[in-house]
Design a protein around this ligand. Structure first.
Ligand code: APR
Length: 237
């Protein structure tokens, strides 16, 4: 059996990583999203964007995968599991998932914004968030940026193609912890449903996918995922 998981920030929420759109705790509650997560923001204020992403990079060092990530990794003992994630953290990998496709890039990879060469140099510490910090410079004179996908930028081809294949070849698609509003990622569950592949949504809140999903589990990731595999036959009827 092939399981394809499409995850968003909500699966990392119970690891203590704020989601994007939870206003009271969301990271964006404190910053202007278009100042921070867009190519324009980078070209206008690289030192502001660098400081915010470096803080998030360091924040991730202090968090652990939760029982939701671990459940997804454990499913590999029973099925072929492909994880398509919008998250830029590495918690799925740290929990043991072997096939993880990052549609929006990774906070753990950096590159030059001019020659695109991978940056493997030392990163400055940042125990507390600061408003601005000049990004490191590349030998070519370009600036070092996080290898994340900003609004207005294309998704990585390989990750996208692997994600589409993983959805098309799935027996079940499990969509967990995403508001399902950012395309093209949000189009993947629709692709599954159009091909008659059952889609299970795991989210404590309603989303635009909820009405179309085959099954909606109104629970948290860490609460629902550890028993979801055993529940599949009864959920799908
Ligand atoms: N378990 C499961 N879902 C949860 C939990 C939890 N414990 N806590 C919150 N959620 C749900 C919220 O109800 C919401 O639907 O997770 C979702 C988080 O939504 P967003 O903050 O919009 O995050 P995401 O869907 O990953 O955002 C998609 O948008 O900002 C861009 O590139 C960014 O990858 C991101 C993309």
């Amino acid at each position: 059996m092939q399981l394809t998981v499409l995850s968003g920030a909500g699966i990392s929420a119970e690891s203590g990583v704020p989601t994007f759109r939870d206003v009271e705790t969301g990271l964006w509650a404190k910053v202007d999203p278009y100042e921070i997560s867009s190519a324009q923001g980078w070209s206008r204020h690289p030192e502001k964007v660098w400081a915010w992403y470096l803080w998030r990079h360091n924040l991730m060092q202090g968090v652990e995968p939760n029982s939701g990530h671990r459940a997804v990794a454990a499913w590999q003992d029973h099925a072929e599991v492909h994880v398509v994630t919008q998250n830029v953290d590495n918690l799925h990998e740290r929990a043991g998932s072997e096939r993880v496709y990052h549609l929006h890039g990774s906070l753990f990879e950096f590159r030059c914004d001019r020659c695109q060469r991978e940056y493997v140099g030392r990163l400055p510490d940042m125990p507390e968030p600061v408003e601005t910090m000049p990004p490191p410079e590349c030998q070519c004179g370009g600036l070092i940026r996080p290898n994340v996908v900003w609004f207005g930028e294309p998704l990585p081809d390989t990750a996208w193609q692997k994600s589409v294949d993983a959805v098309n070849n799935a027996d079940v698609v499990i969509v967990v912890g995403t508001s399902s509003i950012v395309y093209p990622a949000a189009g993947l569950p629709e692709l599954a449903l159009a091909n008659g592949i059952p889609v299970i949504e795991v989210n404590p809140e309603r989303t635009p996918l909820s009405d179309a999903a085959t099954v909606t589990v109104r629970e948290s990731a860490a609460g629902a995922l550890p028993t979801l595999l055993q529940r599949l036959p009864s959920l799908l009827g």
